[in-house]
Design a protein around this ligand. Sequence first.
Ligand code: BES
Ligand code: ZN
Length: 873
Amino acid sequence: MTLPATHIADDPYRLPRHVTPTRYELRLEPDLDNKTFAGHVTITVIVHEPTSEILLNVADLEVTSAAMTDVRGITEKGAIHLQQERQRCCIRFATTCEAGTWQLILSFNGTLNDKLRGFYRSTYKDSTGVNHVLAATQFEATDARRAFPCWDEPNFKAIFAITMVIDPNLTAVSNTAVQSEDSHAGKKVLRFADTIKMSTYLVAFVVGNLEATDPVMVGPTPLRLWTVPGKRHLASFGQDIARFSLSFLSNYYGIPYPGDKLDLIAIPDFASGAMENLGAITFRESALLLDRGRATRAELERVADVVSHENAHMWFGDLVTMSWWNGLWLNEAFATFMEILVVDVWKPEWERWTAFGVSRAAALSVDGLHSTRPIEYPVHAPKDAEAMFDVLTYEKGAAVLRMLEQYIGPAVFRQGVRDYLHHHAYANADTKDLWLSLGRAARQDIDGLLNAWVFAPGYPLLTASLNGPSDLVISQQRFTYLPKPIGDDGQAHDADQQWHIPIHINISTGHRTESRTLLLTQRETSLSLPNDWTSVLLNEGGHGFYRVHYAPVLMDRLLKSGVQRFGPIDRFNFVNDAWASTLALMMSPADYLSLTSHFTMERDHNVWAALLNSFSTLHHILESSDRPLFEHFMRNRLREVVDTLGWSPRPDESDLIKQLRGDLIRALGTLGNAEETQQRAIHDYDLERATPGLVDPNVLSALISISAFTGDEARYNEFVERFHSAATPQEERHYLYALAAFKARPLLRRTLEKTMTNEIRTQDAPFLLLALLNNVYGREDAWQFIKQNWDYLDRTFPKNGLRRMCGGIVALTTPELEQDVRAFFTSRNIDLGGQTLAQYLERLHLLVTFRERTLPVIRTALGKEKRFPHHAD
Ligand code: BES
Ligand code: ZN
């Protein structure tokens, strides 16, 4: 939705539109040694109404001169007034600039910062241990203004002509191909070709001693990967998926790739996973580079995902851009949807849409809170724009798109997408524009279907019950974990919310099974079942963004008929919905625990992820004295399946089974604390160290976790050393996170301390603290540490990392800790942007409430678990 113009005019964070830019001639000269840069920009602007004032964004730059030149070449100097708070500057002229085309000329200086945003420094050591510096950019959402003065809002699209003046022994990469290379005053001067008309947040330049792969041609487009020296050999897998996805996407969209070349650049310090700068996509190293023979299945998928996601943005986001940050989902939900579509075609054996169930579940979990927000949500301050990059924008958004695609059909959906891109190329668009295009393709009005999913918070819970012997009744009502807080009687009562819900139902009788599709538009819908029905499953295929709750009879029938005959996504949703019902106190934890006994021979890694996720939450809320009982329960659930899978891959086994083996061994050795599993793990780990390559990478990753879990100081020191000498970004990550997986508090303290030293990059440190908050042996120390060092962490870590780290407070599940957490965030007046903090606190409250209500029941249920007699403890 476009904000009404009056709102924009009132918004202290928005720029007026009486002057708009069309072209930036930007010249930058970074000094990597002195951490500074000097810049000069000539901006062609159109003055729409005569004015003596121009307002544009600037942050942390010193603007040293400003002038306006008219078409005749007459120049007038302007006075520069910084408005620091509002991150902008006002240039005032003595005379009025008439309507027409002008050139605004600005000179400025800045610092290459270490905050991983704007124009920043990244460092790395070469193979001989010598330190090197490179400079890179990260502008989304609102940090282009930290590199050059500009109209830093997505709907001021313009052409960028960039010149970089650099040391002759360095290279620079930017959005477009190099047009000319000269030398001037001992410097290398690289001029890049004009970009397409695009938003400021997509501008990028990287300067350093970089190595490129040979280009591969994708149609007319040369595609290369860039790394710091010595890592180019890790680029081939990324290049393969980049090439496949670029070609697949241009076919899907029916529009050629909009750039003149495509470079994918791995940056040693990078705040997020990757960034879709047109033609110059930047990545953190672990999201682009890997050794395909030594990476786990999950790591291969991660690189394939991220590369496909960013490539998908070249159209969705770069060619067509949301008008404002409230519509960010038009970028991110689409890129996420396309990422999965691409990877699913590339490697069908990975069953990517099933794995999307895990992401959908993460969105359902946040969207079940009262403090959730609609997908499209008002944004004013930069902080609120940053907070939009969350599971609601990405995963709920992508899930809603998938639900729609499955409802109107993939071909019709694609036609709508093409129509939308075609109509808004080189411009901006809003959600209503997407509705129009999709509606045109589907030949129906889809606003009624879609609005509630995008403009309203939450989602429905479908309750399935029986009326008489064979009438199925499905009713809808908003799902929330907790009842509405007392005292909050906001107008739109949750219970009144309603959705149009496309659903697939599977009905089985003794001898056959049928699937029905319908659109629920009422609060309650009845449906007659065949007389000899045996079971009913809702949300078959798992595309719906809702939960299902079965009345006891229906639940019973499902379990009796054997859940294993349904697809993995159905089993996943079955477990995940049951667990959500449990947390919402609609199902007894005892029933849930007994339900999980139907899955001991489960073979899908996603279903196991749902089970393990619920078990690990239980682990968090139990007292330490309950642990032996819990560990026993874990061994009951896991031992049989681990025994059948064995410890090494069998010939012609799928990649997914390889991953599952690693996941389950890890769980058995840590959550299950199974002694002989631990002994074998340590033994095999030491063997692998002596003869590298013996152990499957998926299992090796579990061995590292278990060795840390059982490890002493010697092991800790060994892992610190392995972290520093790792051969790949993935290996480095395994050992880094292992440092948060020990049990001994003094060792975990050492890890805490490392997060404040330059031993660990600020791109990783907040995530390591998050892991420490999740470690039941270290969470209280981690929390104390974060409180004590808050000012330092706040100053030092990238903002998105800090926000994610704070998500770890949901693991502090005792009433006392919850109190302490609330008191801390309130007394320090901490705002994480948008609804972020409110969501963390509500989730924590939900878990503490659940614990207070159910701990005795859980204890009894765990106590009743029978042992498998053939297994000793
Ligand atoms: N546009 C984002 C990068 C970004 C994230 C910029 C947050 C500013 C703030 C990019 O396209 C993205 O979504 N990256 C993801 C990875 C992706 C595969 C989901 C990321 O960085 O985690
Ligand atoms: Zn994205």
